[in-house]
Design a binder for this molecule. Structure first.
Ligand code: KIV
Length: 274
């Protein structure tokens, strides 16, 4: 039976300004996804900085082929569970597909994720039309994480889960989008599946911390899907991921190994990037 930890590890709680400070100091940020209280209870002592309740739960929890069927109610349910399980890491939650399609809808969705789900930051995909949503949320003091590169909610438009920004025109657009989301008020940026050289350039140019997944070691931090890094996702593991449970005898040891590898930049290696 799950019991809430009574003696939380004495770490300073991670906040958006703490992550901003980490960009300045160059100390890498270790982030993972999580979907329930039992796994979350392992995160405090492992030293994970930020936890993302990702809409990837549609795939790894619900067994769907994309994130598109995930609803706001699903996100709130899982976010509240994670919030009950951990103390220190910053709790970020995805706004699911179409829940931020315009400003009024986004404000209501974010209010529910924060109020009912206890999220401390909300993540949304894209730039362009989404910039006014980021601005509206940031103006109301909602901490926003932008997500660029491979944006899984656009899978049908993109034509699959592919590396983005390989052509110079696409790379320039991604760079411009990264500047635009930061200017709109995003506090954090996730860059998914973009060439390492481009991700490093974006990280050095934008003022906000950049967290990579399949974007090389030059980002300010890394995020992986928890089940991928424990090697329990069914099917083929994505190239950018690594099974940290292999060679370790417990989930705690695997989490600590991940945090250490992110901090000393030994993960991701060139074999995990493009
Ligand atoms: O939903 C998710 O888990 C994500 C990560 C892959 C960054 O967006």
């Amino acid at each position: 039976m799950y019991t809430k930890p009574t003696t939380p590890t004495p770490r300073t709680s991670v906040t958006a300004p703490v992550l901003q400070q980490r960009k300045k100091s160059g100390d890498k940020i270790a982030m993972l996804t999580c979907y329930d209280a039992s796994f979350a209870a392992h995160f405090d002592s492992a030293g994970i900085d930020a936890v993302l309740v990702g809409d990837s739960l549609g795939m790894v929890i619900q067994g769907r082929s994309s994130t598109l069927p995930v609803t706001l109610d699903h996100m709130i349910y899982h976010c509240a569970a994670v919030a009950r399980g951990m103390q220190a890491p910053l709790l970020i939650a995805d706004l699911p597909f179409m829940s931020y399609r315009d400003v009024p809808t986004a404000l209501v969705s974010a209010a529910r994720l924060i109020g009912e789900g206890e999220a401390e930051m909300v993540k949304l995909e894209g730039a362009g039309w989404a910039l006014e949503v980021i601005t509206a949320l940031a103006e109301r003091d909602v901490a926003v994480c932008a997500h660029l590169g491979l944006t899984p909610q656009s899978v049908h438009k993109l034509g699959g889960y592919r590396v983005q920004g390989k052509q110079s025109e696409d790379a320039e657009r991604l760079l411009a989008d990264a500047h635009a989301v930061a200017a709109a008020g995003a506090a954090l940026l996730v860059l998914e599946c973009v060439p390492a050289e481009l991700a490093t350039r974006i990280t050095s140019e934008v003022s906000i911390p950049v967290i990579g997944i399949g974007a090389g070691a030059g980002c300010d931090g890394q995020v992986l899907v928890l089940y991928d890094m424990l090697g329990i996702t069914p099917g083929r593991r994505p190239r950018f991921s690594k099974d940290f449970l292999r060679g370790h005898d417990s989930i705690d040891a695997a989490l600590v190994a991940y945090v250490e590898a992110v901090r000393d930049s030994s993960f991701p290696g060139p074999e995990h990037a493009w």
